[in-house]
Design a protein around this ligand. Structure first.
Ligand SMILES: Nc1ncnc2c1ncn2[C@@H]1O[C@H](COP(=O)(O)OP(=O)(O)OP(=O)(O)O)[C@@H](O)[C@H]1O
Ligand SMILES: [Mg+2]
Length: 563
């Protein structure tokens, strides 16, 4: 039994407090199929979210089977929430989507059991013929069925659906309402459907009419026209507009008793009520997510092509600049050799030589670093923001944010390793005369790519939309080169403010510092006079700090609720 007792949900708007839901009291029996109807903006979604626990009530109590939900939340497997938006990955098939939902939400003992639950759900929503079809090509009605299927995997006793029929043609709408009706038919499950449509009301056990946050009616659909003294259900909304919400609510409190008693739902068979199934552990969820991420990655041709173009093209771009190799630097003539004029002219030519060689080394390193930051931003800019609603949905269904972030970490780490190692090794092969230790160089290249990937993952966890997140990430990469101070020296007062945040500077400086061998030390010093280099160890520490900050932001962003 679901009981709402004088529920109020208020928001503060400046000085004044607005009650979006006020004094809502209803009782719903198990096996009951209820519609929440009302004109647009009257608070239907708000009320549904209060019941789901996504909005916390400001006043009043909600009881579920006698349990006060303020003290003990519904467990994720007891409740299913079907939002209006599409909730599955376009790249997956119907069967794969449902299977991953089973494996994320239900603790199963074997592959066989996963398949059993999956097939039961596919059967329940009548999608047998569509099981191999990609989500991207499903019709509106089929997507709604899939939305219901994803919630049914945990066999919830409370199924809350928001506008799952809106935007459908009348026939599809009726089919979905019939399906929800059937889903409430096992005698123990309550199905609540929010809709502003007033067709097919006869299929519901009861109808709740909401008017500006107030309950104007909650009773059997057959009595609706009688209560509102109208010819047909379609006339109810114009009728509502004739009196104030307080008036309607007052009338309902006065006369509602007669109607409420007649709104009996199913409730005849409560014997089936099984225990809510346990949620799978974090490791199990992590493995499902990681497998699914790779599958989606390999299905997205455009993404693959873009990644391949960067992976193969960027190192070639760098190598082109070093194809003539790095010449051996000239030595300063020992003091006292030749006359003063000869000495001066040799010194000038050695300096010019050092500047050229140092500039080439510094340029090659910076180019590598910048291209890797670009890849890093492409790796992660949309990673969380692009699937935020799906993630929120799955979190509501019991997904641990730590499993989610760990799966992203593993997936992105693979991209970072492949990109950075290939960049470093390819450039080393093409320009074998690059000074310094290749292992240190590879290590720093991995770190700078990882730093930008982690920071962009953080941005994508915090930003509201994928567009915002992409834009921020692109700006961040764009500012790397000018703010690194490696090309043009920055004004003295700006440098200490911006430099700590510029991953490219630390990677460039760390790399160059490690390349200062006996013969190349002077040329490198020559070009870095203006921007003094920082020791490799410190640069490595800074890049590790960037990675940690990015991942922390991603975790905090992922934990935050964003519906
Ligand atoms: N968090 C919020 N802050 C401020 N106003 C809100 C918030 N949530 C909802 N509202 C306002 O509350 C009212 C009810 O919104 P709600 O989404 O519940 O309406 P609805 O009945 O579901 O409408 P529709 O049929 O158009 O979906 C709207 O005026 C909306 O702007
Ligand atoms: Mg709504």
């Amino acid at each position: 039994m679901l009981t709402l007792d004088k529920i109020r949900f208020s928001i503060d708007r400046g000085e004044e407090e607005i009650h979006l839901i006020d004094e809502a009291s209803i009782e719903v029996e198990p096996g009951h199929f209820m519609a929440i109807v009302g004109p647009s903006g009257c608070g239907k979604t708000t009320l549904l979210k209060v019941i789901a626990g996504l909005n916390e009530e400001s006043d009043g109590h909600i009881y579920w089977d006698g349990r006060d939900l303020a003290e003990e939340d519904l467990s994720p497997s007891e409740v299913g929430y079907v939002p209006q938006f599409s909730i599955a990955f376009d790249e997956l098939t119907v069967e794969e989507s449902i299977e991953s939902a089973v494996r994320l939400r239900v603790r199963t003992r074997s592959r066989g059991e996963v398949r059993e639950v999956r097939d039961r759900v596919i059967d329940q929503v009548g999608m047998g013929a569509l099981r191999d079809r990609r989500v991207a090509v499903l019709s509106g009605g089929q997507k709604r069925r899939l939305g219901l299927a994803l919630e049914l995997v945990s066999n919830p006793t409370l199924l809350l659906c928001d506008e799952v029929t809106s935007g459908l043609d009348p026939k599809s709408e009726e089919e979905i309402v019939r399906l929800m009706h059937e889903l409430s038919g096992d005698g123990r499950r309550i199905v609540v459907n929010v809709t502003h449509s007033l067709s097919n009301l006869e299929l519901y056990d009861s109808v709740l009419v909401l008017f500006q946050g107030r309950v104007a009616y909650h009773g059997p659909p057959a009595q609706l026209t009688h209560y509102f003294s109208v010819e047909s259900a379609e006339d109810v909304y114009p009728r509502l507009a004739r009196r104030s919400p307080e008036d309607w609510h007052g009338s309902w409190l006065k006369h509602g008793g007669n109607y409420r008693r007649e709104s009996g739902g199913g409730g005849e068979d409560e014997s089936e009520g099984g225990n809510p199934s346990a949620i799978p552990g974090r490791v199990a969820q992590f493995l499902v997510l990681l497998g699914r991420r790779w599958r989606i990655f390999f299905r997205d041709r455009t993404q693959i092509l873009l990644h391949l173009a960067m992976l193969l093209g960027f190192p070639i771009l760098v190598a082109i600049f070093g194809l003539d190799g790095i010449p051996q630097p000239k030595h300063m003539p020992p003091a006292g050799s030749g006359n003063a004029i000869e000495q001066l002219s040799t010194q000038a030519s050695v300096t010019a030589d050092h500047l050229k060689i140092g500039g080439l080394i510094s340029g090659l390193v910076m180019f590598q670093v910048i291209l890797l930051t670009l890849m890093g931003s492409n790796n992660a800019a949309r990673e969380i923001a692009g699937e935020r609603l799906i993630f929120e949905k799955e979190k509501f269904g019991g997904l641990h944010p730590s499993s989610y972030i760990a799966s992203k970490l593993c997936f992105l780490a693979t991209l970072v390793l492949v990109q950075s190692l290939w960049m470093g090794i390819f450039v080393q092969i093409a320009v074998p005369t690059l000074p310094g230790d290749i292992v240190t160089r590879l290590f720093i290249l991995i770190l700078v790519n990882a730093a930008m990937t982690a920071i962009c993952l953080g941005i994508s966890g915090i930003m509201k939309t994928p567009e915002q997140s992409s834009l921020m990430s692109i700006y961040l990469v764009g500012f790397q080169l000018p703010l690194s101070g490696a090309v043009l020296a920055l004004p003295d007062w700006i440098e200490p403010i911006t430099r700590p945040f510029i991953s490219a500077f630390w990677a460039w400086s760390g790399n160059l510092d490690s390349m200062k061998t006996e013969i190349f030390g002077q040329p490198i010093n020559k070009v870095t006079e203006e921007t003094s280099l920082v020791a490799t160890n410190i640069c490595v520490a800074m890049l590790l700090l960037h990675i940690t900050a990015g991942l922390t932001a991603a975790y905090i962003g992922a934990k935050r609720h964003r519906w």
